[in-house]
Write a protein that binds this ligand. Sequence first.
Ligand code: ADP
Ligand code: NI
Length: 223
Amino acid sequence: TIKKVGMFMENKIEAIILFAKQKLAADKTGHNMDHLTRVANMSQKLSSHYHVNEFITISAAYLHDVIDDKLVSDPKEALADINNFLIQLEIDKNTINQIIEIITHMSYSSTLEHDYPLSLEGQIVQDADWLDAIGAVGIMRAIYFGGHHGITIYDPTINPRTNMTKKDIRDFSRETVINHFYEKLLLIKDKLNTKEAKKIAAHRQEIMLQFLNDFKSEWDAQS
Ligand code: ADP
Ligand code: NI
């Protein structure tokens, strides 16, 4: 994954991976290490098309969920932890600030509150994270998340919500797994930043639409 950033930085990335592993060890909501690995691999793939600092994209990819308030009780403390950890690794202040800026502003819910102009590195990691929420993996993660949180699979009497706010996203009482596709997952392709990510999203969109179509026709005993 990390040959392009060079041997010296490679050791730092190994250390960051271990740090993230420890922080996410207990998570069962789909934010496990394999999500971080996929986001890092996709960040690297997208990075190869642009002139970016690959150490920053890969580091931010591995750290982006470590401050998620669904995972840690105190995101501020988690952020301070990350900061101290990166200082210990002797990463320069400017690089640390760029990584922290990305992980504090890239989440889907934060973009519903305000538009924050991310660096190209940040746009790439955001795209990689959002790509992991769509397609076959996205379908699997939505169902896995829904099961963990006791969300109903489907209820044709509950309409998908529109113009979702950050607060709505956390309100599972009005959620179904199928509605989550209409409320968020199908909207992702038009919110992606980079052309390369949009290309990848096109096929994943088809997979989700096909799935929803078949799901509903089976539900209605039509097929
Ligand atoms: P991300 O890693 O992109 O920040 P989230 O923290 O929003 O993702 O959620 C983790 C996974 O769970 C994603 O794949 C997301 O689509 C899914 N998920 C989040 N909220 C819901 C929901 N209300 N119903 C079903 N799936 C959900
Ligand atoms: Ni994520």
